[in-house]
Design a protein around this ligand. Structure first.
Ligand SMILES: Nc1ncnc2c1ncn2[C@@H]1O[C@H](COP(=O)(O)OP(=O)(O)OP(=O)(O)O)[C@@H](O)[C@H]1O
Ligand SMILES: [Mg+2]
Length: 211
């Protein structure tokens, strides 16, 4: 077996990397895939989520591991031998340390929170991913539907001329609540708007990677 590796990366802090990592992981788990998550961020938010999940459920249902920048390749190689999907969460940086996590990716998912500062920070990761010849997918996150800002951001992402997910992730309290409870949004309010968005995004990723 050689599982598919998704690396979630964005230089800007707080853009939604860990949120996407967690929610995609839980979606693939519920879809019957075997999943591993790899935290390469010293902040350890993904690890905190995982430990909360384990405390509450006993069996978290997925594998968790950590790696420092230089250990990523070794760890990903190991995990993808035994899992269908490996999701790598990364720190808010776009420097040489990020390169191994990008190199291992079948797809680099780049969340862009709906603000121009996030948009401006995006080029760093895109350039690094291009240097590693890895495909990327931008995802507009924390958008407030129907606002001028959301429309403007959608347009500006399109203008960047790099693949952008059709699915837009809204600014929804369910994401913050479920993260703190060690869950993904598809495990609570299954038919709620946050879950619908995660499912749609995961399906796009499925198609992009042939997962
Ligand atoms: N779509 C969303 N709707 C509402 N809140 C969100 C959404 N996405 C992320 N958040 C919240 O924004 C904060 C930052 O998200 P998250 O930790 O996922 O970002 P990050 O990119 O991993 O941050 P860092 O760069 O520090 O690792 C968290 O409190 C999270 O709950
Ligand atoms: Mg994070």
């Amino acid at each position: 077996m050689a599982g598919t590796t998704l690396t979630i990366a964005q230089q800007k802090g707080g853009s939604g990397k860990t949120t996407l990592a967690v929610n995609l992981a839980v979606y693939f788990l519920q879809a019957g895939r075997s999943v591993a998550v790899l935290d390469t961020d010293p902040q350890g938010s993904l690890g905190r989520w995982f430990m909360t999940r384990r405390e509450r459920q006993g069996d978290a249902g997925l594998e968790f591991s950590t790696a420092s920048a230089w250990g990523v390749s070794y760890e990903v190689e190991k995990l993808r031998k035994v899992h269908d999907v490996v999701i790598v969460d990364t720190p808010p940086k776009a420097d040489a340390d990020l390169r191994p996590a990008l190199r291992e990716a079948d797809l680099v998912v780049v969340p862009v929170a709906a603000s121009h500062v996030d948009l401006w920070a995006t080029s760093g990761v895109l350039e690094l991913a291009e240097r590693e010849s890895r495909p990327t997918l931008l995802v507009l996150n924390r958008a407030r539907a129907g606002t001028k800002l959301a429309d403007m951001m959608t347009q500006e992402l399109q203008d960047l001329d790099v693949p952008t997910a059709q699915t837009v992730i809204g600014n929804r309290v369910a994401f913050a609540e479920t993260l703190g409870d060690g869950l993904g949004v598809v495990e609570r309010a299954k038919s709620g708007p946050a879950a619908v968005e995660v499912v749609a995004l995961a399906k796009e990723i499925d198609e992009a990677t042939g997962l």
